[in-house]
Ligand binder design. Structure first.
Ligand code: UDX
Ligand code: UDX
Length: 463
């Protein structure tokens, strides 16, 4: 039996350790966090995050071999293996502001480990970190005067929110990086052994530390790049009467390109993609590679352009003014099946419409609470409405901003009747039946598709 501790009970730490506990009944796992409310929620019936399948797993293992605690120091002292999944947001001050990763929580955690340790430990980087972070961590951990040796292993997380349990249960691959030294190899083998309880060996990849750290940033950069690429093409589709769904299907059938992650949208969001690319950009600049930095930065710029373009399209369709108009935004989460609103394009659109003085009504089945918190002062100007029908009633326009499947199944005839005419619908996720909506009477604008409008607005926009 190993004593495993995970520091950070967030979107990554909670689900990851729950699945690990389920598959390793012989190990004792404690998830610790400094946030008392969060730990209390993990211990309660109302978990702090919404994730399909999570409740069942937690019910099966909580109180058995999975514990949640705020006693960080005590559990560090008892641990053999410590996974660290504290947050590493984009740094918002000083050198590298707006790009570099803010490693203050990580460094604090490393120092806390040293302070409380009485035995050697394996420290596992679960958080996404800049390549070569382990070097700094090793210096901090191994500069102790207790004669203790710490091994740092990188084991980046590839789970996506909304499918976290499935991703962790049957991962495409598990990546584990460590130094090619005898002690590094032993540490690596200990982590491999944990995953081998449920992941086939051929899916567990082992690399050197730096490759592992960099692979995580690269994977997220490639995923984001695919979305920005198809979104760039969506803009061209709208000008040429090509249909981006057809183009994505046609290129995705090429086995070299593949069909996944080619859904054009209002933009990508979430706590990872943008943060990790910006971090990659910063690293490239740091290592004197401005051309490489510029190349990756364009992926983020294209995403910002896509969000801004969506709002511009709404404005120009609606006679270049939305001031005072009720607009129903369907979706606040950054993607379906999560309550997470971090970097959500839905909130970017919401803010832009508030700037235009629209009367925004925000509807989402799981994310309204987080949306309210994220919007800060601007939340006071927004109506939060769980029921999409109530949100759409009396609205001039609807915009679908999260791909919740239930938004595709609404009774749009009833909705149309309840709206101000001419009624507009903007599909930021291309999940609706556009021809049907047009036949009902809507003016339909979707990403990367020719508009289906009953008239063309020729009101000039601001120059
Ligand atoms: C994770 C990763 O750690 C991050 O690097 C990755 O890029 C995104 O996913 P996530 O689980 O989404 O982060 O973050 P969050 O939900 O904010 O959880 C982090 C937790 O760490 C918080 O509950 C916070 O209270 C806790 N924390 C932070 C500590 O327990 N100690 C600290 O010193 C700092
Ligand atoms: C991502 C990575 O997928 C995961 O491997 C990593 O561990 C964490 O970061 P996540 O942010 O949870 O996961 O969501 P993801 O499924 O990657 O979606 C990110 C954003 O891209 C969402 O806003 C989503 O709606 C959008 N998206 C995704 C598209 O717009 N089009 C697509 O084809 C796919």
């Amino acid at each position: 039996m190993a004593n495993i501790v995970c520091i950070g009970a967030g979107y990554v730490g909670g689900p990851t350790m729950a699945v690990m506990a389920q598959n390793c009944p012989h190990h004792r796992i404690v998830v610790v966090d400094i946030n008392e409310a969060r730990i209390a929620a993990w211990r309660s019936e109302h978990l702090p995050i919404y994730e399909p399948g999570l409740d069942e797993v937690i019910r099966a293992v909580r109180g058995e071999n999975l514990l949640f605690s705020t006693e960080v120091d005590r559990h560090i002292a008892e641990a053999d293996i410590i996974f660290v999944s504290v947050n590493t947001p984009t740094k918002m001050f000083g050198q590298g502001a707006g790009r570099a990763a803010d490693l203050q929580h990580w460094e604090k955690t490393a120092r806390q480990i040293v302070r409380n340790a009485t035995t050697p430990k394996i420290v596992v980087e679960k958080s996404t970190l800049p390549v070569r972070t382990a070097e700094a961590m090793e210096h901090i951990l191994n500069s102790n005067d207790k004669g203790l040796h710490f091994d740092v292993v990188s084991n980046p997380e590839f789970l996506a929110e909304g499918t976290a349990i499935r991703d962790m249960q049957t991962p495409d691959r598990v990546l584990i990086g460590a130094h090619h030294t005898p002690s590094g190899r032993k540490a690596l083998e200990a982590i491999v052994e944990i995953y081998a309880n449920w992941v086939p060996r051929e899916r567990i990849i082992t690399t050197n530390l730096w490759s592992s750290e960099l692979s995580k940033l690269t994977a997220n950069a490639f995923l984001a790049q695919r979305i920005s690429s198809i979104n760039a093409i969506s803009a061209l589709c709208e000008q040429t009467e090509a249909d981006v769904t057809e183009v994505a299907h046609a290129i995705g059938m090429d086995s070299r390109i593949g069909p996944k992650f080619l859904r054009a949208s209002v933009g990508f969001g979430g706590s990872c993609l943008q943060k990790d690319i910006l971090n990659l950009v910063y690293l490239c600049e740091y290592y004197g590679l401005p051309e490489v930095a510029h190349y990756w930065e364009q992926v983020v710029r294209m995403n910002e352009y896509q969000e801004a373009r969506f709002v511009s399209n709404m404005m120009s369709a609606m006679f270049n003014t939305v001031a005072g108009k009720r607009i129903a935004l369907l979706g606040a989460a950054f993607k379906a099946h999560t309550s997470d609103t971090r970097e959500s394009p839905a909130l970017a659109v919401c803010r832009a419409l508030l700037d235009e003085r629209a009367a925004v009504v925000l509807s989402d089945p799981h994310a309204l609470e987080n949306a309210r918190a994220d919007l800060g002062d601007q939340a006071a100007q927004v109506i939060f409405e769980l029921d999409p029908y109530a949100a759409a009633g009396g609205a001039y326009a609807i915009a679908v901003l999260t791909e919740w499947p239930q938004f595709a199944d609404l009774d749009y005839e009833a909705i149309f009747k309840s709206m101000v005419k001419p009624a507009f619908i903007f599909d930021g996720r291309d999940i609706l039946d556009h021809q049907r909506l047009f036949d009902i009477g809507f003016n339909v604008y979707a990403i990367g598709k020719p508009p289906l409008a009953h008239f063309t607005s020729s009101v000039p926009g601001p120059s």
